[in-house]
Write a protein that binds this ligand. Structure first.
Ligand code: PMV
Length: 300
């Protein structure tokens, strides 16, 4: 890194309720985590390094990360081959925790700090990068990565920050299975086409997101826990859970969680559990399954 380095940060995220439904115009509730991706951009020769993701790339390489960075830089009027990018990633990749959007926001902000581009250009550049990873993203990941906090997202109204009564501590458990969001979104679309009743599950997931917002506003953690449990059942019905995710969810409930569900696209990735006072027990049970978990405070 040279002395002219500029820096940007993007939040990792958890979707509390409404994943997949948000693709069909329903609302989702999501929260930014304190952890995310920090990008440092400096004058260079097109090196892209992210040690935590074991990435050591060069502009011109055949890689979605390079394709996304190319598009993003192009949108901001900068040649990616004239920059070096150093990425400090605190969220795992392809785990449903918004790593690609966090990276895109971090890089776009670091680049914008060099060119003076405004927030609107940053968001357009992030959307261009996200399209490389997710083909037709709803935009929820990009919204949370750039804004943080807790909010409601739908395709029409975008991101609306939502007041919550008190910050909530969530346990995040990693299955260790990576997956591609776009594959899961396509699988749900196929199911809805073949089996129209699946659309009712989508609608019910949207209803749970609406109910979840009320529970967050009033600080009703019991209700939120039930909503997590119901959402996991519906997401399983849509075929996006896995035996590993189900095991993590069951273990969290057995350890005393009020509710637990997969978060993000599913097919692997992560689960979240709401376990006030029992969080350490949840993490311990997950460890006994050989899975890593951590705590994150959302809404602070
Ligand atoms: O990329 P993930 O795992 O955080 O999932 C994104 C949420 C989906 O609703 C499944 C897809 C989307 O674009 O909203």
């Amino acid at each position: 890194m040279t002395e002219d380095a500029t820096t940007g940060f993007g939040h990792g995220k958890v979707i509390l309720l409404g994943e997949h439904a948000v693709v069909y115009g329903q609302p989702a509730v999501a929260a930014g985590m304190q952890v995310g991706v920090r990008a440092h951009a400096s004058t260079g020769t097109g090196c892209v390094r992210a040690p935590a993701w074991q990435l050591d790339l060069q502009v011109g390489d055949d890689s979605p990360v390079i394709a996304a960075i190319d598009r993003l830089c192009q949108r901001l009027g900068v040649a990616s081959r004239d920059l070096d990018l150093w990425l400090e990633a605190e969220v795992p990749a392809r785990a449903g925790l918004g790593s690609s959007a966090a990276m895109a926001v971090a890089v776009a902000r670091a680049v914008a700090a060099r060119t003076g581009a405004g927030e609107e250009d940053v968001l357009a550049a992030v959307a261009a990068a996200e399209a490389v990873f997710h083909k037709t993203p709803s935009g929820i990941d990009a919204a949370v990565a750039s804004r943080g906090g807790v909010g409601r997202f739908d395709r029409e109204a975008g991101w609306q920050a939502t007041p919550i009564r008190q910050p909530i501590e969530l346990c995040v458990g990693l299955s260790g299975q990576t997956r591609q969001t776009s594959d899961l979104v396509s699988a749900v679309a196929d199911l809805c086409e073949r089996t129209p009743v699946a659309r009712r599950l989508i609608d019910a997931l949207g209803d749970l997101a609406r109910a979840g917002m009320e529970a967050l506003a009033s600080g009703d953690r019991e209700s939120l826990g039930h909503q997590f449990n119901m959402a996991h059942g519906l997401l399983s019905g849509l075929g996006v859970s896995t035996p590993e995710l189900d095991a993590l969810v069951r273990a969290a409930r057995a350890a005393g969680a009020l509710g637990a569900k997969l978060t993000g696209a599913g097919g692997g990735g992560a689960v979240i559990a709401l376990a006030p006072d029992r969080a350490e027990d949840v993490l311990k049970r997950w460890r006994s399954l050989g899975c890593y978990g951590f705590l994150t405070l959302v809404g602070k």
